[in-house]
Design a protein around this ligand. Structure first.
Ligand SMILES: [Cu+2]
Length: 407
């Protein structure tokens, strides 16, 4: 390490072994402010005291260059690869989740095909420029530093080019923002209320049916399987971290093969809820959002919807999902202890299945309501199938209607 006294009388501590070129560069910049010769002499003296390897590409420099190349390749690769699935995150995912609305299509394009390539190109350019400067202007390659202090052409270029880059980003960005905030006429409106820590939903257009969605926990799955007594016998003596660990381990297989209570289907830890909400496919849905306590955020990535739930205010978002399925989201504002335990699960189903679901919720038969959604969006076991279709005829849906939806 050496100290370089700068024109403002402060000292720069510079690691001369690893960054010799910075010393030269620093001296040049400072020299441009005046007191040229004396400063240059001081710096030159320091430079001559540096190890003889100065000017050669050091192992560190070589490593940095290699790092740049590998990093750039990796970044480009991750952008091109579609890691994510629709409706939920996947292990090791880097990019955005798949899209089922036009707004999210546009968000994905803006991120993957526009802003990210621009960022990657700028990063590669700057890293390359730095590496080149470190090699080209080291003491060995460039023993007599230039005394050039201004270059009008260069200064205009590095002002104008970034302005153009920012305009290139701003134009599609504003277009996207306007698209998100231009609400088309709704086919359906849902009111979502955030609570610590669950979501309440109301459908004002559909007999004001109400649904409360709580996250399914390890504990609930095990209780459903073992019964209250069995659960108490196995886990009653445990507390704290020991209990959490035991619940996590023991409930693992139950997520893939849930107990009967959950009427077939696959559950996803930290995302599945007891009562999912449903919306019809290809319909414009307005979601009016508020909160009962603290600020939450109603977010479903595959819809491109993310809006804060603020107590005493009503905010809104909209989506028009073009593909049936189940789409998960989470509260996205740090809202307290169980912030991670208030997921959002939306089933996008056919008009017929939606009407049946509304009828089941209105009758407060939540198990049947769940069964209708599962039958409409997932393949289900024959055992559950029989159970799920029991009594559906009274609501105008026959087992063959269910089979039809499954195709
Ligand atoms: Cu929250």
């Amino acid at each position: 390490m050496v100290g370089i006294k700068c024109v403002d009388r402060s000292y720069w501590l510079v690691d001369t072994l690893h960054f010799p070129a910075f010393v030269t560069g620093g001296a040049e910049i400072r020299a441009s402010h005046g007191q040229v010769e004396r400063r240059m002499t001081t710096t030159r003296t320091i430079l001559t005291r540096m190890p003889s390897k100065v000017g050669q590409p050091t192992p560190l420099l070589r490593t940095m260059l290699l790092g740049c190349v590998i990093g750039a390749a990796a970044l480009a690769g991750t952008t091109l690869m579609a890691h994510a699935a629709a409706g939920q995150p996947v292990s090791g995912q880097i990019g955005l989740q798949d899209s089922v609305t036009q707004v999210m299509d546009q968000i994905r394009w803006f991120h993957n095909s526009w802003v990210n390539p621009i960022i990657i190109a700028i990063t590669i350019f700057v890293m390359g420029l730095m590496a080149y400067a470190m090699w080209r202007f080291s003491e060995k390659s460039n023993p007599v530093p230039s005394k050039l202090t201004h270059h009008t052409g260069l200064e205009v270029a590095w002002t104008v080019i970034p302005i153009f880059i920012l305009i290139m980003i701003a134009v599609p960005s504003f277009k996207l923002l306007f698209k998100e905030y231009e609400f088309p006429k709704p086919d359906l409106t849902i009111k979502a209320t955030g609570n610590a820590w669950f979501w309440d939903y109301e459908y004002p257009d559909n007999d004001k049916i109400k649904v409360t969605a709580n996250m399914i926990s390890d504990e609930e799955l095990l209780e459903a399987k073992l019964g209250k007594d069995g659960y108490a016998k196995q886990f009653g003596a445990l507390t704290g971290v020991q209990l959490t660990k035991a619940l996590y381990q023991e409930s693992k297989p139950l997520w893939l093969n849930p107990p009967e209570k959950y009427a077939g289907g696959r559950l996803i830890r930290q995302l599945s809820v007891d009562n999912e909400i449903a919306v019809p496919v290809n319909k414009v849905v307005h979601v009016l959002i508020t909160s009962n306590d603290v600020i939450h955020s109603w977010t479903v990535p595959s819809f491109g919807s993310k809006t804060q739930a603020v107590p005493g205010r009503v905010t809104a978002t909209w989506f028009q999902a073009y593909k049936e399925g189940v789409y998960y989201g989470q509260c996205s504002v740090l809202c307290g202890r169980n912030h991670s335990s208030m997921p959002i699960a939306v089933r996008v189903v056919s008009d017929q299945a939606f009407a049946n679901w509304v009828a089941a919720v209105k009758a407060r038969d939540m198990k049947k309501a769940r069964g209708i959604l599962l039958a409409a969006t997932e393949g289900i076991e024959p055992r559950s199938f029989a159970e799920l279709t029991t009594g559906l005829q009274t609501d105008g849906l026959t087992p063959s209607d269910v089979s039809e939806t499954l195709k």
